[in-house]
Write a protein that binds this ligand. Structure first.
Ligand SMILES: *Cc1c(COP(=O)(O)O)cnc(C)c1O
Length: 509
């Protein structure tokens, strides 16, 4: 399998090269030359597999150059770091409504599904491509990617990882998770501004020749842990297959029956993986794209105009507080009939004018596969409350956004006699946002996150994840705050790479 750039740069690369590079030299994203299929006998073979085997099988369709045995071993090791026996359990809330829990990994968010695998894929890709450079993983995070990348890459030989998060844009648990990160090859700083400012500055670092040259002088090359890296996207395709297979083996559907998926969306990575699964032959009817108040995507699917010139809101689902959804570029490329020139023009217009518009024909193509809607903060709170009240199921705030959208879709958009099963993707543990979840379920405010954890535990009888409980006593290592500027951020990273920044543990937080 070869990969090409969405912006038409010449030549194609192998899976290993796509993973090592992260971003194509022309600034585009790597996409598979064509979509592999998993249907018929091959699909049926997956029924007998456990989750790591299913994931390795899906990966082998794209990353054959890494070797099947390697992929099996990598997935087995990656998913052994998850709590419980199934890394992606499907929970039945009521007839026809299921929640796919993707938060049982080391950092309690769905990013672990890919970021426990990516470091292994990257190391192997470096071997396969014969690169002798060390790799610097650079990530901008709206809260969850950063921690998952830090945890995935910490103390991995031949790598260093630097993470930037918006100072005001992450929840307390998320900030603590990053500020207390251990490992000898990690750097964390917050930047002034919101996630888009942070992501833009990091993208500029990727594009900066000067910065890249200086890294080279230090024997390092850049790579990305954000979902622009195909190695991050690929492991996410597997859980759509796995959820479908679990419905099948549980007798909830018959083989070939269509299923809807509802996905809490920010950077469009999670949901795009579902669309890839559909292109591979999985019987997906529609993908519901659930946004919070930052409803760029919902508006885009409704009107065909992508417009970021609008107010940015901070919400109770911070990991979805995003206006520029990077992975949409991959979908634009596909629905334009793989027109790289047009895709490049649209991305240039977005950078320059803050907007672009697709044709009505393209919009109709998107609307056939996707349904977009957003939830206000009140909508989300009510959806979380209702499901807890009626079925005793507690979910996090991001998943709450999806629960609202799934409900409206059922009520308003589809025929009442339509019994197509609905799977909501649950992207974080409720314990990662304990105060907001407690507020949604009970109306009570607590001042402290760890008090929130205790109360939530009493209310739901769900076991709090060990990794979050330990945070309370872990020393803070990183307190750096930087302006969202290429120069300052590059300088800090170069000091880190050159071994000049040694984080000092502080006693309390
Ligand atoms: C990252 C994240 C999302 C959004 O996923 P995208 O792939 O960026 O669309 C939703 N919920 C949580 C908890 C997340 O961490």
């Amino acid at each position: 399998m070869y990969f090409i750039s969405t912006r038409g740069g010449k030549g194609k690369v192998t899976g290993a090269e796509a993973i090592v590079k992260g971003l194509a030299p022309d600034g585009g994203l790597y996409v598979p030359e064509k979509f592999p299929a998993i249907v018929g006998e091959e699909f049926e073979k997956m029924i007998e597999m456990d989750y790591p085997e299913r994931a390795a099988f899906v990966l082998s369709k794209y990353l054959s150059d890494l070797g099947e045995d390697f992929l099996k071993e990598a997935c087995k090791k990656a998913y052994s770091t998850f709590e419980g026996t199934d890394p992606a359990p499907l929970v039945k809330v009521k007839n026809g409504l299921y929640v796919l829990e993707l938060f049982h990994g080391p950092t309690c968010a769905f990013k672990d599904m890919a970021l426990t695998v990516l470091p292994r894929l990257l190391k192997r890709s470096l071997e396969v491509t014969g690169s002798s450079d060390d790799v610097l993983i650079l990530a901008a995070t709206s809260g969850d990617t950063g921690k998952a990348a830090l945890e995935g890459f910490k103390d991995v030989e031949g790598t260093k990882v630097a993470v930037f998060y918006p100072e005001e844009g992450v929840a307390k648990m998320q900030r603590l998770q990053m500020a207390t990160q251990d490992g000898n090859n990690v750097f964390v700083a917050s930047v002034k501004g919101n996630f888009d400012d942070c992501q833009r500055a990091v993208k500029n670092m990727f594009a900066s020749e000067e910065f890249n040259t200086k890294l080279k002088e230090n024997g390092m090359r850049l790579s990305s842990a954000n979902s622009i890296n195909f190695g991050r996207l690929a492991p996410q395709i597997a859980y759509y297959f796995s959820a479908y297979l679990d419905l099948l083996t549980g007798g909830q559907i018959t083989n070939g029956e269509e299923v809807d998926f509802c996905v809490p969306t920010g950077n469009f990575g999670d949901i795009l993986a579902g669309w890839y699964a559909k292109q591979m032959g999985l019987p997906v009817r529609r993908l519901l794209c659930a946004s919070n108040r930052n409803r760029v995507l919902a508006d885009f699917i409704a009107t065909g105009k992508y417009d970021v010139k609008r107010q940015f809101y901070r919400t109770m689902s911070p990991s979805m507080d995003i206006l520029i959804s990077s992975n949409l570029e991959r979908l634009l490329f596909e629905i334009s009939g793989r027109n790289a020139k047009l895709t490049a023009e649209r991305m240039a217009a977005l950078a320059k004018d803050g907007e672009y518009t697709i044709t009505e024909e393209e919009r109709a193509k998107i609307a056939a596969d996707f349904y977009g809607l957003y939830a206000s903060e009140d909508d989300m709170v009510e959806a979380m409350y209702d499901i807890f009240e009626d079925y005793g199921y507690a979910m996090d705030t991001h998943t709450g956004v999806a629960a609202y959208v799934a409900d409206v879709y059922r009520e308003k958009e589809v025929n009442k006699k339509d019994f197509t099963p609905m799977v909501i993707l649950s992207t974080a543990s409720p314990y990662k946002f304990p105060q907001d979840v407690l507020y949604a379920l009970t109306g009570n405010d607590v001042k402290d996150s760890f008090k929130g954890v205790k109360r939530l535990n009493l209310l739901t009888a769900m076991k709090p994840p060990k990794s979050l409980m330990e945070l309370r006593y872990k020393p803070v290592r990183f307190t750096t705050v930087l302006p969202a500027k290429l120069e300052k951020m590059s300088e800090a990273v170069l000091e880190f790479v050159g071994g000049k920044i040694v984080p000092v543990p502080k006693a309390t937080h």
